[in-house]
Design a protein around this ligand. Sequence first.
Ligand SMILES: Cc1ncc(COP(=O)(O)O)c(C=O)c1O
Length: 428
Amino acid sequence: MTHSLTTGPSTKQEQEADALRRDAEDPGHRELFLVPPAEGGDYPESAYLAGNSLGLQPKATRTELLADLDAWARLGVEGHLEAERPWLPYHELLTEPAARLVGALPEETVVMNSLTVNLHLLMVSFYRPKGRRTRIVIEDTAFPSDSYAVRSQARFHGLDPDATVVRLRSGGEVLDYLAREGETVALVMLGGVNYLTGELMDIPAITAAGHAAGAVVGWDLAHAAGNVPLSLHEWGPDFAAWCSYKYLNSGPGALGGVFVHQRHLGDPSLPRFEGWWSTEQATRFRMDPVSRPPATADAWQISNPPIYAMGPVRTSLELFDRVGMAELRARSVRLTAYLESLLDEIVPSRPLSVVTPRDPGRRGCQLSLRIERGSAAELAGRLRREHGVVTDAREPDIVRMAPTPLYSTYHDCWRAVVALADRVQEES
Ligand SMILES: Cc1ncc(COP(=O)(O)O)c(C=O)c1O
């Protein structure tokens, strides 16, 4: 192999020793996770930098999941009330830790469903086009599911999605648009951290500007929850939703979280879709024909929850509680700065650029690289197969690398940049 990350004063060996020294001084919690074996390269474990897409499995998850399965085997239907973690109120075990994670009150928070389903349920309540105020503002690089969701909401209200959905390129453009056209905007719904570029939006400023313009403001926090500290109650958006399979390490398709601000709880004028889990728990089994929704985010629930999908979220949230977001964020900033400093050495001589903001206050852990030649998917495939470095590609030209503070190491970052230097030829 022709490693060419040797342009600085140090040799490759010295750089590797430096990475290992940093890991000894600033360890994460890798020992709590199952790290996939490397498909290629010189090391047994993957350098796993795809936690922005699917986080790794905590070792505790399997045991906890099996305990929930055992309760079903032992108790049958009685598990609803008699399991060690009874199924009837099971979701409540997730509420407080999820609320702490996003800076919300417990009554503002519920874990349920998947992300896009939750965005729809929230838009049922909060997208209320009226008169001239019909538009939905999203970012031009919104995740496709969000784009499809808002277009279908426009259609649901009998509106033309092309005229209703406004796609803007940056937080600055959103603020300008709200200042100019605010009275036409019914809903601002943006990604807190952009999935493609890794940019962290100014959530408090955009929320305040949306409200000043008379619009409702909601956030898709798929790439923010568990990645950056959040203070949703204080920042005051109307709603937010996130998934748990990325930074929250709860497994593929894991349940999502929902935030509804306190000022909307118990408001009978808000439309909501309902089912038996929307009604208060105390009287649910009276089987009344009319619901009695609680004045909490639980009122947005519809069905009884999938218990075996709740267990992994509970296990993961316990880990976040134990370590704490402040400690994780501090390590995250150090780890991503280290990755960036290594990239700085190779990027100037190669057809590559980092498109994520350099300011740590404007990003989470992810750095997105734009490659100027070749296919991003092909590059990510070679990094994985030939070097055991797991990144992810967003075609045509973005490769994302996300050192996550719970389990990624400085050595992972170093391996990733050495592999990238090998795979992307220097410009002659
Ligand atoms: C920003 C964002 N929004 C929405 C989704 C879709 O999530 P789900 O399939 O859980 O609805 C994703 C999935 O990766 C995402 O990253």
